[in-house]
Design a binder for this molecule. Sequence first.
Ligand code: PGA
Length: 243
Amino acid sequence: MKKKLIIANWKMNPVSEKEAVKLARAEDFSNVVIAPPFPFLSVVGQTIEKAALGSQDIFWEKKGAFTGEVSAGQLKSVGVKYIIIGHSERRMLGETDVTINKKAEAALKEDLRAILCVGEPWSVRKRGIAAAKKFVKNQLQKDLISIKKYKLKTKNLIIAYEPVWAIGAGRADKPAEVVEMAKFIKAVLNFKFTIQNSKILYGGSVIAKNVKAFLNRTEIDGALIGGASLRPKEFRTIATVNI
Ligand code: PGA
């Protein structure tokens, strides 16, 4: 079976460069993308030999007076290959579908791999999977709206389905429902954007204990790991899981 893609989203962790290097060494597997905070990108990039480097965000302009922002070119220059875009924690801080679309566009134009995060809150999911699908479809349509217009190459587009209520909650979605959502996302991508081969990942409380149940499904191409990516021993089990 094909190796599954595992994204280690460290979020705003760890607290020092020294710890970041230690963690990167422990998570250096060929099917892994490590996404550390911006200040540690360079040193993590220099530490890893097998894993790929990812960033947790991007800005759409190339350079200039945009205090606090980071461009695709700058990220590429330190070895970044993957960009997480539209994570729900960023959406909660005010990121909108409009800015997420600009970021996805910027990443794809620069030949970076864009990991677009979508997923519904509990207020939607409690109404059932159909309501969740409608919510996710709406996000995809808005977040990818300019793809057709600019005829962007979408071979680098990856979708991470991350139900907001499952993130950091210790309560993962059910594999069967994730499979259903993954099929739905593939159908929306195909029908609306004629995108055929995007990887679909799952994220939300994936841990060593439950990872196999997700990754042994052919429809799920990998996992986005938050909390467990800060626990090297557990992360090794996740990254090397036999499926
Ligand atoms: P979690 O985070 O694994 O801690 O639930 C996942 C994510 O935020 O992508």
